[in-house]
Design a protein around this ligand. Structure first.
Ligand code: CAA
Length: 240
């Protein structure tokens, strides 16, 4: 059965692989993006998947964005809260703006987007929400008080909303990726990244498609008994 899915940050990196994976599994996918029009246009040209621009840190924009997707494609069955940014720096050097931007984009977005789709999922007695957390939300990371706090918050958000959704056929889960070979990780200074990779037992960065496969399991019919869980996909870097 074709279901309608929204993937936030769905045109690049891990989100792009999730959008393609969900489409290939037979779903109708709307890929949200925040700013990079060029990458979004290239993504749509390459994949045929429609891209929709709005800022997931903005509550009203999320309500309007979801309404547009529902008008153009249909009621949303699957939501993947993937959009995220980094503004790394030690607490001593981090501005309040860098703190707030990461909290609002990475964690606030989960509230904004879930709020926009949850009532409809309840009415239709079916929903799948997957929130992309991070190994750094589980274990912490030097230079990431903002990101670690937001991602850790995602894990708590997931367990709370899972309890609210369960009796309405809505599952809510998180995936905690480790270091994946995306632009975000490529921005880590090479000498720092080298030390991080040395601590990954599997001995390499992960691939975006390896995260997408987890999303496919959690959003598919086979994942119906899994809710409130966190799937760690990190090459053994943090066993949690
Ligand atoms: N533990 C303890 N000390 C550390 C440390 C660590 N992990 N990392 C650095 N330090 C120390 C350094 O040794 C250095 O000490 P000295 O001055 O005594 O030599 C001091 O802290 C300052 O280090 P830097 O020179 O690195 O400081 P900086 O201000 O130039 O940079 C930073 C700080 C921006 C945080 C930089 O270290 C960095 O970018 N780190 C990587 C952070 C990271 O992993 N981000 C992940 C991004 S990807 C992602 O987030 C996706 C995901 O979900 C996994």
């Amino acid at each position: 059965m074709a279901r309608v899915a929204i993937v936030t940050g769905g045109t690049r990196g891990i989100g792009k692989a999730i959008s393609i994976g969900l489409r290939d599994a037979g779903n109708q996918v709307a890929a949200n993006y925040g700013g990079n029009d060029e990458a979004a246009a290239k993504f749509t040209e390459e994949t045929g998947i429609a891209a929709f621009k709005w800022d997931v840190s903005n509550h009203e924009a999320c309500l309007a964005g979801v309404a547009t997707v529902q008008e153009q494609i249909g009621p949303v069955d699957i939501l993947v809260n993937n959009a995220g940014i980094t503004r790394d720096g030690t607490l001593m050097k981090m501005s309040h703006e860098d703190w707030q931007a990461v909290i609002d984009t990475n964690l606030g977005s989960c509230f904004n987007m879930s709020k926009a789709v949850f009532a409809g999922m309840r009415d239709r007695n079916f929903g799948r929400i997957v929130n992309i957390g991070s190994i750094n939300g589980q274990a912490g990371q030097y230079g990431q008080v903002n990101y670690a706090a937001a991602k850790s918050g995602i894990h708590g958000f997931t367990k709370a909303l899972a309890q609210e959704g369960a009796r309405f056929g809505i599952t809510v889960n998180a995936i905690a990726p480790g270091y994946i070979d995306t632009d975000m990780v490529a921005a880590v200074p090479p000498n720092v990244l080298e030390k991080i990779v040395a601590r990954i037992p599997i001995g390499r960065l992960g691939h975006a498609e390896e995260i997408a496969r987890g999303v496919l399991f959690l959003t598919g019919d086979d994942g119906g008994f899994v809710t409130g869980s966190t799937m760690s996909i990190n090459g053994g870097q943090h066993m949690y």
